[in-house]
Design a protein around this ligand. Structure first.
Ligand SMILES: Nc1ncnc2c1ncn2[C@@H]1O[C@H](COP(=O)(O)OP(=O)(O)O)[C@@H](O)[C@H]1O
Ligand SMILES: [Mg+2]
Length: 362
């Protein structure tokens, strides 16, 4: 039985409710990344391995299990050996002595890959519905702005006096800001089905690099590492260039005291599981990677940064549209975007586009 559980990567545990002592199998320790000195430990040692954000929920689940006799919880631990964050599923069932709940025995499994795949799928679906809503709102809102703008133009020919002119000019400013906002929403929600071109990634980066260096600012050192000549599918090269400038801007803002931005290209093969979770086809992709050593992103915010209007920058005008545009530029070309970050350690955003064999064959 132990061999079978080990082969399945499942650990066993048994909590004695009278003493609070937790017995666990060797596989349990492998999942936690702990060195095994004793087969039993206090229950608190289990809680200590759960990341702080999830600890309360796991403690509560055990408290409830002590009276109800069942536990099923899926939360994050920080492994002791390599400090990595992993999702674990803990399930258990109570057992009774003399009709009294004496303990809870159960299993634990590392479910990180399943969890991440589900999370990505949910994210893809959420972005799709946000895109649909943004497209509808932007379209109707834009029509209204056109009517207001045209009426203001006619009005400005008919009015006289400083005060009236100032009011019309303030209204015009409002219309212009509204148009910029709808443009941002449209960049995010461009409908699929645009004509897809084959572009050379390195040439595109080369033609943008002066802009990227300017946007990154004087205190950020930009290193551009050209990769092997790679062709990829792209719906709109201008949107891709804009996406790169948005990433350079974010890198500058993440490194107010200066730092290093590395722009490079990478290759990645996406298999069936990856394709399902990213909402793309299986196959080879070319990545344009932007890696900085700035302030990084808090773990719980990473899932939200691609949403339009999501921003942690309070004092910035027109905020929260950079990464949503990056997301749209990639997905309208059949690609996807990944982001990896640790607070205070920097962030790496990669735009992946489907690899094309050569321009001549298209
Ligand atoms: N390179 C980065 N380093 C740290 N945080 C980042 C980085 N890029 C994006 N972010 C986070 O993602 C959020 C959304 O980014 P974005 O859509 O470009 O909007 P904005 O830059 O206007 O806030 C930012 O407010 C910031 O919290
Ligand atoms: Mg931005």
């Amino acid at each position: 039985m132990q061999h079978a559980l080990r082969a399945a990567g499942v650990g066993c545990w048994d909590l004695d409710l009278a003493t609070g002592s937790l017995w666990r199998s060797p596989e349990y320790d492998r999942i936690w990344g702990t060195t095994r000195t004793d087969a039993t430990m206090p229950l608190n040692a289990l809680f200590a391995g759960i990341i702080p954000e999830d600890r309360e929920a796991v403690t509560q689940a055990f408290e409830l299990a002590s009276s109800q006799g069942v536990i099923a919880v899926e939360k994050r631990i920080q492994r002791v050996d390599d400090n990595s964050i992993r999702w674990i599923r803990l399930t258990g069932q109570g057992y009774y002595h003399a009709e009294k709940l004496a303990g809870i025995a159960g299993v634990v499994a590392d479910v990180t890959p399943e969890h991440l795949a589900c999370e990505k799928l949910r994210h893809t679906e959420k972005m799709e519905s946000l895109g649909y809503m943004a497209r509808e709102v932007a379209h109707d809102f834009n029509n209204l702005l056109m009517v207001i703008g045209a009426s203001l133009e006619m009005l400005s020919d008919q009015i006289e006096g400083d005060r009236a002119n100032r009011l019309v000019s303030a209204m015009n400013n409002g219309v212009e800001r509204g148009v910029a906002l709808t443009q941002n929403l449209m960049d995010f929600s461009r409908p699929a089905g645009a004509e897809i071109k084959v572009v050379n990634i390195d040439r595109l980066i080369a033609s943008a690099w002066l802009d990227l260096i300017r946007i990154a600012g004087d205190t950020v050192v930009v290193t551009i590492t050209p990769g092997p000549l790679a062709w990829c599918y792209c719906a709109d090269p201008d949107q891709l260039t804009k996406a790169m400038t948005n990433l350079a801007e974010n890198a500058r803002e993440a490194m107010p005291d200066g730092g290093h931005l590395v722009v490079s290209t990478t290759a990645r093969h996406v298999d069936g599981a990856g394709a399902a979770s990213f909402g793309v086809r299986t196959g080879d992709y070319v990545g344009i990677s932007f890696s900085d050593n700035g302030i990084g992103i808090a773990r719980d915010l990473i899932a939200r940064v691609f949403e339009p209007l999501f921003s942690t920058k309070q004092d910035k005008k027109g905020r929260g549209f950079g990464l949503s545009q990056v997301y749209a530029a990639a997905s309208s070309s059949g690609g996807f975007v990944t982001i990896e970050s640790q607070p205070e350690q920097g962030a790496t955003v990669v735009i992946y586009l489907p690899l094309a064999s050569s321009p001549a064959s298209h």
